[in-house]
Write a protein that binds this ligand. Structure first.
Ligand code: 3H9
Length: 701
């Protein structure tokens, strides 16, 4: 028997314990161990019932995701679950932590399930581009009904144990010692003469009167909500099979659909995204045992949209925060902004009034730097001007206690220069939030030349606490995300000057999967931001870097995007939904003329290549310069901060899947046709020549 699964007989019960840290994933030794343990229980005449539980912080969190895409190893998970269900002695799964995916499927194979009340159960496979492939799509509808099963399997969202109890997925909630609770439950079963009860043999609950209609409605919803996604429709088909076929045939159909998903490039991309997010937490030069500073109280300087959003991130994580503004009037406006944001959530029903009051109680407005003497971390979110930053950091340096982390939310200034304004540059770090800061998951953690490992580790831990995807980046203009997005934005302006309409550019990229078109995104952030950068570039860039002129025309006409009701699109009466701007066509014509370009038809494929390859080429430069630690960090940044489609894995993974030689060929062609901006990144050339991928590359190779 394998060490990851322990078998112990206690009186008339077999206790089977999975012990495979960190999340008890069902890797091959665990599957084999479980199969052996259930066989041993079956064969041992002294055993009347089986209790299955897990050591550590969680029940089985699923199949071992690292095994996907590798040659299959016996026993397979479906085989194991079938064997568990077939056992002639009643079995009880005792759940705690998260019983997810294959973990829940193993539990559904057991004849009874009890769970600690803080457990969450779910079938999140769809988020990895898969469907539950070990009977979940057949057994869950039999227990919880088709509607609930569809909802859980298609959304992938886990539910609380109490809800799972209500839906018939769990029999009972328990507390205290898991083995004791499981044993007591099993003894009660035996005393009551209750034997095996196989989920697979149950009939689908009759509450779902018109099952066919339910299935069709879900299909229509999936087509509308997630067009282009491979797995969700197959999830629906697998549940449909449960409603039409006997168990054995339904399981066969589930297997076929699972294999289709497993082979899909979307599955590879989504699994990449899963590991990319976790990999981002590992920072070179910052070992896992680096001490982390305790953070009990925070401060934010500046009560603009960004500052308030950042303050709410702290409050939402239960951390008290002091929000500093220059005077009482500005502070009032900032605190009102915070109240308005929460009030909107209460109105929408996503927050209760009591929770709003509780959170606001953690937010304290101050106007005097002296009030920041005891805070553990300060995030500065003031105007992007070195003079203003100087004033802030000199005051922070004067009042903050030793050991306080001094963070800047700058998106465009040199963090090293900011650190040099203080006498403690090792305590200075960048925390670059994305707007709206209380909503967006991405946090770029900017490592200055002198930022200490301890401060970096603390910033990463803080990011996790704020429920952000924190990614370390180096200092350069725009860091990773904005430096790349500039190339993307510039290219969309060129496309407009060459002949595309705003709607064509945005539709092509939305169809590619971007959450938002690049031009609607620009309107949202305000075109004046791009204009300021453009002015700087006109003064500093060598002449071979041609620049678009369209932005100048829009800004001159007062079309600054959503804030003025007009930009690339029209936003009548404060609406946030882009509508065609009838004045744009004349500006496009004028811009084309000024650039000496004859307008032409551009295909959606061309628009996508110009936009996405511009991201990739810049990403390659960023990687080679060491601004990002690894390609997957760039992917995480784009997936969590820029609406890049997760099913494509991020720009660098997408390039890897296309083949870097293919990407390079197009970049070279664009270089010939469109000039200096398209100078191929040396790393792209090197890896393409070697037949390698960005994600297999490590610095120094
Ligand atoms: C499935 O079950 C398919 C079946 O239906 C059919 C098959 C035939 N495998 O997230 P964390 C690692 S599909 C391997 O930071 P948390 C993770 O990489 C699966 N490794 O912790 C990390 O490693 P490292 C369905 C896994 O406490 C470490 O564990 N299940 C797996 O914030 C800690 O992870 C899922 O999709 C895995 N399944 O969150 C659940 N899971 O330390 C996926 C985690 O080296 N997992 N690791 O970086 C999760 O959602 C979260 O990990 C969980 C814990 C909520 C469990």
């Amino acid at each position: 028997m394998q060490a990851t699964v322990q078998f112990e007989r206690r009186a008339n019960l077999a206790l089977i314990t999975v012990n495979n840290p960190p999340v008890n994933a069902l890797s091959q030794p665990v599957r084999q161990g479980l199969l052996d343990a259930f066989r041993a229980a079956e064969e041992d005449a002294r055993v009347d019932a089986v209790v299955l539980l897990c050591a550590g912080s969680t029940f089985i969190a699923g199949a071992d995701i690292k095994e996907f895409g590798k040659p299959p190893q016996e026993p397979s998970l479906p085989e194991l679950v079938n064997a568990i269900e077939a056992c002639s002695k009643p079995s009880v799964a005792v759940l705690h932590g998260t019983a997810l995916g294959g973990g829940l499927e193993v539990a559904l194979g057991c004849h009874y399930r009890i769970a600690r009340s803080d457990t969450r159960v779910g079938l999140p496979e769809v988020k990895l581009g898969l469907l539950p492939g070990a009977g979940g799509t057949q057994r869950l509808p039999r227990l919880a009904g088709v509607a609930k099963a569809l909802e859980m399997i298609v959304s992938g969202a886990p539910i609380a144990a109490a809800d799972a109890c209500e839906y018939g997925i769990i029999d009972e909630l328990c507390d205290g010692d898991l083995a004791a609770a499981g044993s007591a439950f099993a003894q009660r079963l035996l005393a009551a003469g209750r034997g095996v009860r196989r989920s697979g043999e149950q009939r689908i609950a009759s509450v779902d009167v018109d099952v066919a209609l339910l299935i069709e409605a879900k299909r229509a919803e999936v087509r509308k909500r997630s067009p282009g996604l491979f797995a969700p429709l197959r999830c629906v088909s697998a549940v449909e099979a449960a409603t039409l076929l006997p168990l054995a045939e339904g399981l066969k159909r589930e297997r076929e659909l699972f294999q289709e998903c497993l082979a899909s490039p979307q599955r590879a991309a989504l699994v990449h995204a899963f590991f990319a997010e976790r990999q981002a937490g590992k920072v070179s030069g910052v070992p896992a045992d680096t001490p982390v500073r305790e953070i009990k109280c925070a401060a934010v300087i500046g009560g603009g949209t960004m500052g308030v959003g950042i303050a709410l991130c702290f409050v939402n994580a239960g951390l008290p925060v002091k929000l500093l503004e220059v005077d009482a009037a500005a502070l009032d406006r900032a605190l009102q902004r915070a109240r308005d944001i929460y009030a909107a959530s209460v109105k929408r029903g996503s927050l209760t009034q009591a929770a709003m009051d509780q959170r606001l109680a953690l937010l304290e407005g101050v106007t005097d730097y002296a009030a920041l003497a005891d805070v553990d971390v300060v995030v500065e979110a003031v105007f992007e001007d070195m003079g203003v930053k100087r004033q802030v950091f000199e005051q922070l340096d004067a009042v903050c206690k030793a050991g306080a982390i001094l963070a800047s939310n700058t998106s465009s200034l040199d963090l090293n220069a900011i650190a040099a304004l203080t006498r403690r540059p090792a305590d200075v770090v960048g925390l670059h939030f994305f707007s709206p800061a209380n909503v967006m998951r991405l946090l770029e953690v900017v490592r200055g030349e002198q930022t200490s490992a301890e401060v970096l580790a603390s910033a990463m831990a803080l990011g996790k606490r704020l429920k952000k995807v924190a990614v370390v980046v180096g200092v350069c203009d725009g860091f990773v995300g904005n430096r790349m997005v500039f190339q993307y934005g510039r290219e969309s302006e060129f496309l407009l000057e060459e002949g595309a309409t705003a709607q064509q550019v945005d539709a092509a990229l939305r169809d590619f999967g971007m959450a938002m078109g690049p031009l609607a995104m620009r309107d949202l952030s305000g075109l004046d931001i791009g204009m300021a950068i453009r002015k700087r570039q006109r003064e500093t860039l060598p002449s071979e870097y041609r620049l678009p002129c369209l932005l100048d025309k829009l800004c001159a006409a007062g079309m600054l995007g959503q804030k003025t009701g007009k930009g690339f699109y029209l936003y009548p009466a404060g609406s946030r939904t882009p509508q065609p701007n009838p004045e744009l066509a004349a500006l496009l014509e004028a811009a084309s003329q000024q650039q000496g370009i004859e307008r032409r038809e551009l295909s959606a494929a061309h628009i996508v290549e110009r936009s996405i390859f511009a991201l990739i080429n810049e990403g390659a430069k960023i990687l080679e310069e060491g601004i990002a630690q690894r390609a997957s960090d760039i992917d995480s940044i784009y997936l969590n901060g820029y609406g890049f489609p997760a099913f494509r894995g991020g720009p660098m993974f997408y390039a890897d899947q296309l083949g870097l030689d293919q990407v390079l060929a197009r970049v070279r062609e664009f270089h010939q046709r469109f000039g200096a901006w398209w100078q191929p990144a040396p790393l792209l050339e090197k890896l393409a020549a070697e037949g390698r991928t960005f994600n297999s590359w490590e610095p120094g190779q």
